[in-house]
Design a protein around this ligand. Structure first.
Ligand code: UD1
Ligand code: UDP
Length: 382
């Protein structure tokens, strides 16, 4: 056998941030030919990540359209992938996480009888509609995949409980590999407002909110609570880089627009975002990735959701679920901005999600699978 032809497929911002260090690791291995195919389910937000990590795609399906539906994303990805797979003839396709690109990428691979490696495998809430459609995407990809790269022991247990026995590797999360390259003590922001904020004397709360299951009433309640928080506490300042989804943009402007201490800004590049996270007071988010990054930077996280597939940092005490109701969001946020002991109890760095070497383990596992090296030791968080 010549080089192992490994094609990484991704399309959204979080997949790109978490796959970028892996694509680079694969490129550094002489036994592997690494190909990068983007669906561009996200356009601007994907391109920003590609620029930060200095990656160029070998193939670009360019599928994004405004207010795209799940069916449109799925069908465009599958149709586009047909030609790419026929042309490239990969030995292995890597997909990441739980987006519609992830599911469609895995399904396309299956249609062409190409093996699938699932990066960030084994996360579960066991609620079909929350997060929606991500929980179902993960389960469907589990059924298709041949290799499973789990961030944590807990993720492996979830797969074992579903009868998966072979080719499960515990690697840590590649997002920690990414954050090791972006966060720097002397980082200078290029976004003017981020250089103007008073990180010493103000409580800078970093906010993100974009999930489909939070559209409508949950977003109204969350945003109204955030507004009250800023109105009541003069030492609090909110920074919210608003996702480009028009649904989210409209809701954010409606409920949070025009307030002096609430900064609604454009999405940040990954290096701006990670360094803002390193300097802020705390994080309020419904994002998956932020729940993994902020604990490693010692920042308390309030999760604007009813559940989480990432219980490890909750168990470690740095992340709390606060739901999507006005009273709960406001009460839990106020506790952290007024009660120093409560804040200190949450503000310590924990690393249940990785040690920065996940990509190396994944590349080693691929080589082992193809008979070209030893099986890597599992990552066991301390
Ligand atoms: C998607 C993923 C979600 C992930 C999120 C990360 C699905 C179904 N959802 O949700 O799991 O948490 O990405 O951010 O896979 N848009 C732009 N430019 C961009 C990106 C988005 O204009 O660069 C707008 C478009 O109008 C697009 C809309 O946002 O139609 C929604 O994008 P979409 O990928 O469908 O959903 P997300 O909410 O981003
Ligand atoms: N992120 C970013 N700029 C932003 C908001 C988020 O670079 O303005 C990063 C964030 O640090 C994390 C990833 O994007 O690495 C998370 O993406 P998102 O919240 O969109 O998706 P999720 O993780 O919920 O799927």
């Amino acid at each position: 056998m010549g080089k192992i032809r490994v094609m990484s497929v991704f399309g959204t911002r979080p997949e790109a941030i978490k796959m970028a260090p892996l694509v680079k690791e694969l490129r550094s291995r002489e036994e592997i030919e690494s190909i990068c195919c983007v669906t561009a389910q996200h356009r601007e937000m994907l391109d920003s990540v590609m620029e930060v990590f200095e990656l160029t795609a070998d193939r670009d399906l360019d599928i994004m359209s405004p207010r795209q539906t799940l069916s449109a994303i799925t069908t465009k990805c599958i149709n586009g992938m047909d030609d790419v797979i026929e042309d490239i003839k990969p030995d292995l396709i890597l997909v990441h996480g739980d987006t519609t690109t992830t599911f469609a990428g895995a399904l396309s691979a299956f249609y062409h009888k190409v093996r699938v490696g699932h990066v960030e495998a084994g996360l579960r809430t066991y609620d079909k509609y929350s997060p929606y459609p991500e929980e179902m995407n993960r389960k469907l990809v589990t059924a298709i995949a041949d290799l499973y790269f789990c961030p944590t022991v807990n993720n492996r247990r979830n797969l074992e409980a579903e009868g998966i026995r072979d080719n499960i590797f515990i690697t840590g999360n590649t997002v920690i590999d990414a954050i090791h390259t972006t966060v720097k003590a002397d980082y200078q922001f290029t976004t003017p407002i981020l250089n103007e904020l008073d990180y010493e004397n103000r409580k800078i709360v970093l906010v993100t909110c974009h999930r489909r299951e939070n559209y409508g009433e949950p977003m109204r309640e969350i945003f109204t609570a955030l507004r009250t928080l800023a109105e009541k506490h003069e030492d609090v300042e909110l920074v919210y880089p608003v996702h480009l989804s028009p649904v989210v943009q409209e809701a954010a402007q409606t409920y949070l627009g025009g307030m002096e201490r609430i900064h609604l800004i454009e999405p940040l590049s990954a290096n701006e975002m990670h360094n803002l996270m390193a300097r802020c007071y705390m994080v309020m988010t419904d994002s998956g990735g932020l729940q993994e990054e902020a604990p490693s930077l010692g920042k308390p996280v309030l999760v604007l959701r009813k559940e989480t597939e990432r219980p490890e940092a909750v168990e470690a005490g740095t992340v709390k679920l606060c739901g999507v109701k006005y009273d709960d969001v406001l009460r839990m946020a106020e506790e952290l901005v007024t009660d120093r002991a409560a804040y200190d109890a949450m503000a310590h760095a924990v690393n249940p999600y990785g040690d920065g070497h996940a990509c190396k383990r994944i590349a080693d596992a691929i080589l082992w699978f193809y008979g070209k090296g030893d099986r890597p030791a599992d990552y066991l968080a301390r």
